[in-house]
Structures are given as C-alpha cells and as structure tokens.
Ligand binder design. Structure first.
Ligand SMILES: C[S@@+](CC[C@H](N)C(=O)[O-])C[C@H]1O[C@@H](n2cnc3c(N)ncnc32)[C@H](O)[C@@H]1O
Length: 266
C-alpha cells in the first residue's frame, strides 16, 4: 500500500510515488525534464503525463512517461483515506480546500445528496467529519462506484452513506423532497442538472453547491442563469456565496456557487 503525500511542484504534482506532469501545459516534455523530475524525487516509481479529463465519466487522459504504475494507490488527507487509480479516475488535488469546506458546513441533522460522487471526494470527508443523518451518494461510472464502495468501507461510514450506481437524474426524483443539501460536483454543463437537484430539495428549502467551469468573466452570467432557471421551476434563490475552487486554464476557472433555494408553492 502506498500512502500519498500531496505537494505541488511547479507544473507537475507528486502523488505518493508518482509524478503527474501536465502535458496540456508543458506542450512537449524532453527526456531531460523527465530525468530532472526523477533525480529531484528519488522515491518515484512512475512519471505520468496528464492531458486533462474527458467524457461523461471525466476520465483522465494519461500516458506513462517513465517507470511502472501501481494498480492502485492510497491517498490520505485530514484523516480521510481514499483508494485511487490515477490512470483511470479523476482526483483533483486542487480541490482539497473545497473537500474540507464541505466537511465543515454540513450539520449532523442533515440529509445530503452527492449527485456526482466519484470515488467519494465529498461524500467520505463529510461522512467522517460531519456525520450527517444520511448521504445519498450517486455515481454513474462502475469503476468509480467500486472505489466509492471501497472508500466507504475503509473509512467505516457504511451506516451513513447510501449508494446508487446510476444516473443521478434517475435517483433525485426518488429521494422525495428530503434533501437539506445537494452537492453538484461536476464541471461541465452542471447547470443542465439543476432541475434534478431541485426535485429532491426539502419542502423547507435547502442548499445547493453548484460547481461549473466558466470563463473568468462569466461568473455573473452563470449566477443569473441559475436564478432564472430556478424561478422557471418555481423556486426562489438566495445566492449565499461563490468561490473560485481553482484556476483551470489561462481564461477558465472552476467556480462553486452556494445557493439556498426554497419552493414557492409550499
Ligand atoms: C469530475 S468527477 C468529480 C467527483 C467529485 N464530485 C469531485 O468534485 O471531486 C465527476 C463524476 O461524476 C460522474 N457522473 C457524470 N455524469 C453523471 C450522472 N449523470 N450521474 C451520476 N454521476 C455522474 C462521473 O462518472 C465522475 O465520477
């Protein structure tokens, strides 16, 4: 088992014994650069080239530049353990603060829905640190789902998390207006899924955390689209805050908007 230590080093990251080099940033990588990384990090067993994430399952596009990749690695942050497969599943080290923030805002009486659970990036720290009444964790990719189950198990939170291997649009309508909080941790066209988040919001209202990749100048436009869409579905919106989770590229940011919504018909 490999324990991961997280550190940022310029245009590459060290995850345990593996270096991840961003090939979308470093357009070309020379043998010398790879050798430099290896000599500065003597414990490395592999150097992976990373070209971003693709498709519905948000799968990383990677290639091995040097060494041999282990089938599985274990990452530990703030008392939470995650089994990961960096060559097949996305795990963003840049979202660390957001994972901690989620674990700190959830209260013990809450019903939480994690619509895009992945390997449990939000579900597990919330379950471990906040211990809410229940977390409904939904994931469509069977590979990520297997890791979600594994991570629930190693962190001992089976009694808090209910899992669904499914499209979240099929599940939210079955969660019967009981959610105090819905996490929408998906970056592309997340707003398209907002009507499905509204379906499970408690009659007394609830908080939604909507993540979206936007141009730096698009933030206000996104917020207005959220308010308008909610209104179409009969919900009043109070924007609580928005924050930049990370810079994604030269002109794009990963934004999270926190909003409180309440149905106008109750
Ligand atoms: C980018 S990952 C993010 C995981 C985690 N929420 C985070 O922010 O770190 C998004 C996850 O959503 C899953 N996903 C995509 N579409 C989905 C859908 N319609 N229903 C449920 N899960 C979905 C993908 O398979 C992927 O594991």
């Amino acid at each position: 088992m490999i324990i991961i230590v997280v550190e940022m080093q310029g245009r590459y990251k060290i995850i345990g014994n593996v270096a991840l080099v961003r090939l979308d940033v470093n357009k070309t990588i020379t043998e010398k650069t790879i050798q430099d990384i290896i000599s500065k990090n003597p414990n490395l067993i592999a150097v992976l080239g990373y070209r971003g994430i693709r498709g519905e399952y948000r799968t990383p596009v990677v290639e091995i530049l040097w060494g041999k990749l282990p089938d599985e690695i274990m990452h530990t942050e703030y008392g939470v353990h995650y089994y990961l497969d960096p060559s097949r599943l996305m795990f963003s080290l840049g979202n660390l603060y957001e994972r901690l923030r989620m674990a700190s805002v959830v209260r013990s009486w809450e019903v939480v829905v994690d619509m895009f659970a992945g390997v449990g990036q939000f579900t597990i720290p919330i379950a471990v640190h906040a211990r809410p009444k229940i977390i409904h964790a939904i994931e469509i990719n069977p590979i990520a789902f297997d890791y979600l189950l594994k991570n629930i198990n190693i962190n001992g939170v089976e009694n808090i998390v209910t899992t669904y291997l499914s499209d979240c649009r099929e599940i939210t309508k079955k969660i019967e207006k009981s959610a105090d909080r819905v996490i929408m941790g998906y970056l592309h066209d997340t707003i398209e899924f907002l009507p499905y988040a509204l379906q499970c919001i408690s009659k007394s209202g609830g908080v939604i955390h909507l993540h979206q990749l936007v141009r730096k100048d698009e933030k206000e436009e996104l917020i207005q689209r959220i308010i308008n869409l909610n209104s179409t579905y009969g919900f009043t919106t109070h924007i609580l805050k928005s924050r930049v989770v990370k810079t994604y590229s030269a002109n794009k940011i990963h934004l999270v908007v926190d909003l409180y919504v309440v149905s106008q018909v109750n």
